[in-house]
Design a protein around this ligand. Structure first.
Ligand code: COA
Length: 429
C-alpha cells in the first residue's frame, strides 16, 4: 500500500479513533494549540467502559473534563504545568503534578514514563506522506517516536512548519477533522509593564539573541525593542509580538551563533498573524525541547538574553516562580533551563521580572525570607538580574548584604523601610 492507501485504511470517525484506548493506558495529549479537544471529549465520553486511564498534559487550555469527580474511577490527570483550566482539579487531588526541567522531558518520555497513547493535531501531510509537527515539536517528537498507539488529527487550520517531521505511516488511526484554532493574543500592557520593558530593553544590545515567555511583560519588552537591530530568537515558545518586530526589521537572526538566520522554538502560541507567519516559513525551526532548552545548547548562542516572569524573591535572591505560599500555581517550564543557558552564554544575561507587589498592592513581592514550605524555582546561585517596575539589579557575584541592599532598592517604596528593618533584625544588613 502507498501512503495514500494507508491513510484511507487508518481513517476513523472521532468516536472510533478513541476506541484504541484501553483501561490502564497512559494517554498523553499535546499542549496549547495542539490540544485535540474533540478527540479528548470523545475519550471522556467512554468513561463508563474505561478504568484507570491517566491523561498526561503540559500547558493545558482545557476543559479538564477527564479530571471531574463524576469520572474519577475511569480517569485521573497528570500534569507538569497547571493553568486556570486544571488548577482546581489539581487542588481537589484529581490531577498529580510532576516537577521537572522542561528540557529533560524528552528523555523522560522516551525512557522512563513513555505514554501508551499519544493524541496530536497536525496539518495535512506533504506529497510524500510526511507530516509537519505544526505548532508543537516540544515533547511531541519523543512521544510519536516511542508511544505504542498514535492518534493523529489532520487539521488544515494548523500551519505547516519546518524543523521536525514524521511519516504518517506511524499513525495507528487518523481523524480527518478541520477545527478552528483557539487564538491567544499577547495581551495589552499598562504603565507598570511599560516601565519594566524599558529597564529590560536597556540591557539588550543590537545583535543579542532573545528568549521571552508570553504575557504582558514580554509584550512590553518587545514593544521597547523597536529601535534595536539584528536581534535573534532562540526560545521555548514565541507569539505575535515577535512577528511584529520581524516585520519592523528589528529581528533578522543574522548575528546568531547557533542556528544562524533561523527562529528557533519548540512550540508556538498566538493568533492568525503568527500562524500565517510560520506557515511554510523556512526560517522558522520548530525542534524538540531538548534541542531548544538544554542549557548547553542555549549557551551556544553568544549574547543570549532570557526574560521570564516570577512571583516572589527573598533578600538572598531565591526566586519563586511557579507556586504561591508553597501551593503549586503553574510549573517551572523552561525557566531554569534558560536562566542557566543564558548565564553560561558569552555575553549572556538572564532576567527575571515581577511586579513589586501582589494582592492589589497589599503585599511586597520582595520578602526578607520566603514563607515556610515555599517552593524555590531558581536558586540564589543561579539568579542574575531581577527586575520590577522600580528598576533592575544584577545579583550575580554579590554578597548577601549587597543582595539585600539591591533588592530593597527595587522594592515598592511603601515596603522599603519595613524590609530594611527586617533585614537588620535578621543580621543581613
Ligand atoms: N501571594 C499571593 N498571591 C500572589 C503572590 C503572593 N506572594 N504573588 C503573586 N500572586 C498572585 C497574583 O496577584 C495573581 O493573582 P490574580 O491573577 O488573582 O491577580 C497571580 O498570583 C499570578 O500573578 P501574575 O503576576 O499575574 O503572574 P502571571 O499570570 O503573569 O504568571 C508566572 C506568572 C510566574 C506564574 C508564570 O510566568 C510562570 O508560570 N512562570 C514559570 C514558567 C516559565 O517561566 N516558563 C518559561 C517561559 S515560557
Amino acid at each position: 500500500m502507498n501512503w495514500r492507501e494507508k491513510y484511507q485504511d487508518k481513517l476513523r470517525s472521532v468516536e472510533d479513533a478513541v476506541k484504541i484506548v484501553e483501561s490502564g493506558d497512559k494517554v498523553m495529549i499535546q499542549q496549547a494549540h495542539g490540544e485535540a479537544k474533540t478527540i479528548l471529549r470523545a475519550l471522556v465520553d467512554r468513561a463508563p467502559e474505561l478504568r484507570d486511564v491517566t491523561i498526561m498534559s503540559h500547558l493545558h487550555w482545557g476543559p479538564a473534563d477527564y479530571a471531574g469527580p463524576d469520572v474519577a474511577d475511569s480517569f485521573k490527570g497528570w500534569s507538569c504545568f497547571l493553568s486556570n483550566s486544571n488548577r482546581k482539579e489539581y487542588e481537589a487531588g484529581r490531577i498529580d503534578f510532576q516537577p521537572m526541567f522542561f528540557y529533560e522531558m524528552v528523555d523522560f518520555y522516551k525512557e522512563i514514563n513513555t505514554p501508551d497513547v499519544f493524541i496530536m493535531q497536525v496539518p495535512p501531510p506533504d506529497e510524500n506522506g510526511m507530516c509537519s509537527y505544526g505548532l508543537n515539536a516540544d515533547y511531541s517528537v519523543a512521544c510519536v517516536e516511542k508511544c505504542k498507539k498514535l492518534i493523529v488529527q489532520i487539521n488544515p487550520a494548523i500551519p505547516f512548519t519546518y524543523g521536525s517531521a514524521f511519516s504518517l505511516s506511524k499513525a495507528t488511526v487518523i481523524v480527518d477533522l478541520e477545527e478552528p484554532l483557539v487564538e491567544v493574543p499577547g495581551g495589552d500592557f499598562g504603565e507598570t509593564e511599560r516601565k519594566m520593558g524599558e529597564y529590560i530593553a536597556a540591557l539588550v544590545n543590537d545583535g543579542d539573541t532573545l528568549q521571552l515567555g508570553i504575557g504582558s511583560v514580554p509584550n512590553a519588552v518587545l514593544a521597547a525593542l523597536k529601535d534595536k537591530k539584528d536581534l535573534g530568537i532562540h526560545t521555548e515558545l514565541f507569539s505575535d509580538g515577535v512577528v511584529d518586530l520581524y516585520n519592523a526589521g528589528v529581528i533578522t537572526n543574522a548575528k546568531k551563533t547557533h542556528h544562524t538566520g533561523k527562529f528557533v522554538s519548540n512550540f508556538l502560541m498566538g493568533t492568525k498573524k503568527l500562524f500565517d507567519f510560520v506557515d511554510h516559513n523556512p526560517d522558522v525551526l520548530l525542534i524538540p525541547v531538548d534541542q531548544t532548552n538544554d542549557p548547553y545548547l542555549i549557551s551556544l548562542n553568544d549574547n543570549m538574553v532570557s526574560i521570564n516572569a516570577c512571583l516572589q524573591v527573598d533578600l538572598l535572591g531565591q526566586v519563586v516562580s511557579d507556586s504561591i505560599n508553597g501551593k503549586q500555581y503553574s510549573g517551572p517550564g523552561g525557566q531554569v533551563d534558560f536562566v542557566r543557558g543564558a548565564k553560561r552564554s558569552n555575553g549572556g544575561k538572564s532576567i527575571l521580572v515581577m511586579k513589586s507587589t501582589a494582592k492589589k498592592g497589599t503585599i511586597s513581592s520582595i520578602v526578607p525570607q520566603l514563607p515556610q514550605g515555599s517552593i524555590i524555582t531558581v536558586s540564589r546561585n543561579d539568579v542574575q538580574y531581577i527586575c520590577t517596575e522600580y528598576g533592575i539589579v544584577n545579583l550575580f557575584g554579590k554578597t548577601n548584604r549587597e543582595r539585600a541592599q539591591l533588592l530593597i532598592s527595587i522594592a515598592h517604596p511603601d515596603f522599603r523601610e519595613e524590609l530594611t528593618q527586617q533585614a537588620k533584625s535578621l543580621g543581613m544588613l
